[in-house]
Design a protein around this ligand. Structure first.
Ligand code: ZN
Length: 221
């Protein structure tokens, strides 16, 4: 058995991070989750994360990251900024500069604090809507930097990195968590749980993946 089998999951209560939580619960002996409060438009997000952590009986850390919103106002935190995809090579209005850099850094500091060696994040390069800090090369580079900064050997795991949304649903299903993830998580930019508002870019991505997965599954039966 590995010497250190404890993990911290970066956790927002959405489809991706909840799937990562179930993945981590299978893989590690001890799991704790961390949620960052950066004044998301929907306080609901924090509530959903709390409920899921409670359901799964994992210790939940909520860290105040309001400085992120202070420095980098964006469509996820401000009602007066419209949620839209980037046009002509621009980044989408939901991009928060430095978000994953800061979240993964603080998650790793927390990991050190609680004696965990593993950090798990649901970032994904496949469906990444152009966020530069969801790229595999970025996470690997940060992992090296964090280890150098603390003279330690943390491992950042990205189980969803090369999956599309349909494959992420498949993973949740394989982990026995398909219905749970479908009903309990919040991905929608308008703060509606489960299948969401159906209209925002996050709902569209989630729904397309879900329909593709269900169609593939039915085709296979
Ligand atoms: Zn929505």
């Amino acid at each position: 058995m590995e010497k250190n089998n404890k993990a911290v999951v970066v956790f927002s209560g959405g489809q991706d991070s909840t799937t990562c939580l179930f993945w981590a619960l299978k893989k590690f002996e001890s799991v704790e989750v961390v949620t960052f409060d950066y004044n998301q438009r929907h306080k609901e997000e924090i509530e959903v994360a709390k409920e899921i952590a409670d359901d799964q009986q994992v210790r939940h850390h909520i860290l105040d990251m309001s400085l992120l919103n202070q420095l980098a106002p964006n469509a996820l935190t401000r009602d007066d900024i419209e949620v839209k995809d980037g046009e002509d090579g621009e980044l989408p209005s939901t991009f928060v500069p430095g978000r994953n850099l800061l979240f993964l850094s603080f998650a790793t500091i927390l990991a050190r604090q609680i004696g965990a060696k593993h950090i798990v994040t649901g970032v994904c390069e496949t469906d990444f809507s152009g966020y530069p800090d969801c790229r595999d090369v970025f996470v690997k580079s940060l992992n090296v930097t964090l280890n150098l900064s603390m003279d330690d050997e943390f491992v950042i795991h990205t189980p969803l990195m090369w999956l599309d949304k349909a494959e992420t649903w498949e993973m949740a299903d394989d982990l026995g968590a398909f219905e749970y993830v479908r009903e309990k998580t919040l991905t929608c930019y308008n703060g509606i749980r489960g299948d969401g508002c159906g209209e925002c870019p996050a709902c569209e991505l989630r729904r397309n993946g879900l329909h593709t997965y269900i169609a593939e599954k039915e085709g296979a039966e």
